[in-house]
Design a protein around this ligand. Sequence first.
Ligand SMILES: Cc1ncc(COP(=O)(O)O)c(C=O)c1O
Length: 191
Amino acid sequence: MAIQLFMPTFDVEGCLKEIRECLEKGWTGLGWKTVELENEWKNYTKLPHCAHYVNSATAGLNLAIDCLKDYYGWDADSEVISTPLTFISTNHAILLSDLKVVFADVNDTACLDPKSVEDHITDKTKAVCFVGIGGNTGDYEEIEKICKKYDLKLILDAAHLAGTRLNGEIVGGGCRRNRVFFSSCQKSAYS
Ligand SMILES: Cc1ncc(COP(=O)(O)O)c(C=O)c1O
């Protein structure tokens, strides 16, 4: 028996119109359409530093983690607390940056359980990677508080969070306040 958990919705005609324009002009690489999309996204999310597109959420995550690692000089023993649920991309991006993945548990939201995160913090912990699974924000605010309390960086894997709001704001909007770093979120839902 198959149980459908999430249902993606797409503006098919709107997307095809934009793609058609590129194909008709014969310009399928980085260019004016990329800039247009980046600016639209920046306006839509109100996130001032978000307008830099990469080709996938994996690349965005890897960029975020590598930037943090370089900037703060984390060594290969440094630990990032993460979820065991979306293993492939989220945790491979951490491993690709030569950091250690430490699994905390999820709770009934299918997102990281704040209590389990706190239980896994050691003196090697540098960051927490939070996945908003299926567009769900889970206990994101609690995780933010824990990161502040222990001075940890918060990496938001927002692959499923395009358009998701928390208290009326696009998730991750606290980036100026709380120094949240997050990955590209180019998917409207998880299928
Ligand atoms: C939670 C999560 N993070 C990252 C990714 C990677 O996305 P992409 O295929 O765009 O690299 C996925 C893929 O579905 C995902 O589910």
